[in-house]
Design a protein around this ligand. Sequence first.
Ligand SMILES: [Zn+2]
Length: 315
Amino acid sequence: MMYGKPSPRKSDFGKILGFFILVLVISTTVFLKIYFYNASNSLNKPNKPLSSANAALNNNRSESLDQLNPTKTSAGPIKVVYELPEKQPVVYITIDDGWYPNEEVIKLMQQYHLPITTFLIEQAAQKHPDFWNEFLKSGGHIEDHTFSHPYLTHLSVTDQKNQISQPIDYLRQIGSPPDELRPPYGDFNSEVGQEAHDSGIKYIVMWDAEMENSKFTTRNALGLKAGDIILLHWVPGLDKELIELLNIIQNQNLGIADLTQALNGEPLTICWLKKPIPVPKPKATTSTGTSKIKTTKTSNTQETSTTTTGAFTIP
Ligand SMILES: [Zn+2]
């Protein structure tokens, strides 16, 4: 009798079924591996070709005047500022990214009581925590420039939120909870604004003037004016660029004020430079950003700091 043996047709069916199950298991395994790999790297990889970190490490500025579209004045519930009202004869200095800390900049801040706001990438912040603590102690403000510097509008809403909120948690731990965001490359939309708002950000801060490779440019090519928000980057030689910028500001009889105070409508602490600062020779700076130049003598400190009670508000 044939009862104990499978029929030839049943045997073929079993082989085909087994093959399909095998294919299903393999494809499911491959899918899950790809999914979890992408998920685990979503915070660590910019969506553009490693634009941020590598661009910065190659000494390229990741933000510039060319990227501005000043007609974009709102981002969902968040206010966007490119400049501040000209009610005070002051400008605002901002420095982006953070891959090249520069001790000479700290010395300038301490010597001249310079108010500087830096928009810091968390990945860069984590590399030099002691430096950024010193920056804070020297009167600087640290604000949000995302975790890894991606184009925010190219991300999912979840990744946008992670990129914006993770640095907030990090900076809160070191005592500097941010409420300003500079989106990498100036790239934002209403979704970014909504995620920033939900994370506690109050302002998206753009810029309308820049110092790049010792060349100063303004958005309208009309020269420096009161209320300008000036963009620089933490690049090798920043201390020299900063001194050159300070001398331009001094030459225009403008002061340097604290951006965060201005945004929040607080009385302004203003740094006035009475004389030009000697510009260090270019060879004095090193590629690590730690300059070997000697600081200018204290006899050059002609600055005064005043607090103006007539605070203005953002329109
Ligand atoms: Zn940047």
